[in-house]
Design a binder for this molecule. Sequence first.
Ligand SMILES: *Cc1c(COP(=O)(O)O)cnc(C)c1O
Length: 381
Amino acid sequence: MKYVYLDNAATMPINDSALNKMIECAKYYGNPSSVYKAGRKARKLMDESRAVIASILGVDTSEIYFTSGGTESANWALVGAAFANADKGKHIITSPIEHHAVLNTCERLNKLGFEITYIPVDKYGIVDIDALKKAIRSDTILISIMYANNEVGALQPVNEIADIAKENGVLFHTDAVQAVSAVPINLSELGADMLSLSAHKFAGPKGVGALYIKKGTKISPFMHGGEQERGRRAGTENVIGVVGMAEALKIACTDIISSGAKIAEKRDRLINGIINSIEGVQLNGHPTMRLPGNVNISFENTLAQSLLMRLDSAGIAASAGSACASGSLETSHVLLAMGVPQNKAKGSIRLTLSCNTTDEDIDYVLGVLPSIVEECRGSAI
Ligand SMILES: *Cc1c(COP(=O)(O)O)cnc(C)c1O
């Protein structure tokens, strides 16, 4: 049976070249902190990987810190900046459409005495810049706004936000887990103080990521223990994961603009095909300010769970909003923040493409989707 994987925003199959590097690297068992030969070999692999990632992002190697993934990077950025700057103030600004790695960390900080302001988004899922400007106070220490939303793909005005943060002497963290490898990012131009990324979202291994911390940023360590990562992130390094991440990033970012354009072309064909063949549909997110691989559509009078089950039976892997929400029947917090009514939000699914998605894949989905939607509408769901 035909199998079409359209959940690339949840995770991606590992890139062959990254996998081969990891297999090769697995035999270097040395601890990077050890001074003898085996340790030095592992250290060298770490250094080379860090240099690759730093050069792609346009930053210094000393500004890249390895973590266990996007969730840890975001937790560290928020908690670390909050704790280290609490003497200056306890006010943090974020948005209601962030990933739960950010939202739940904000909730925890709120319980610890920090005050959180959530900047509203418009109907396209883009944060309101004027509201952001107005929300800044003398005790604001941090702004955390994602680079691109994982559910509806909305690209945020991060350049403007970085400028506003800088003018006001406030730190700016951006969760760029979905954006890295999808759109070109040059941190020397962006001017964010911290940026989170995760390897498995760009065809690297799971359980490894990085946090960029600009030189001079006040941030306390998140993991306490040894002196790894310049004394800021303790624990013996995931050498194999780091090597795989660097290779995957290198490949994902080669020809990023032309490969993004090719993916966007397929995305638009899928969107237009759905809109033209099925009644009662609505595209969620911005028509153009969106990730090249993101399609998020509401099908009136359906339930996402039953659409997804039928798609799965037809060999199509998709999701309702985020992977984390797929198991639950909770309505997407992102769609609700955008003002999508409950009855449309509950029938919304996300189809996310990658450079591996073919024209045949798109044709296949467009071929089976109309009858699947019809079945869903016809049944008592
Ligand atoms: C996947 C994702 C994360 C979490 O990354 P993990 O490496 O899976 O912990 C955080 N933010 C966004 C926007 C994501 O898409």
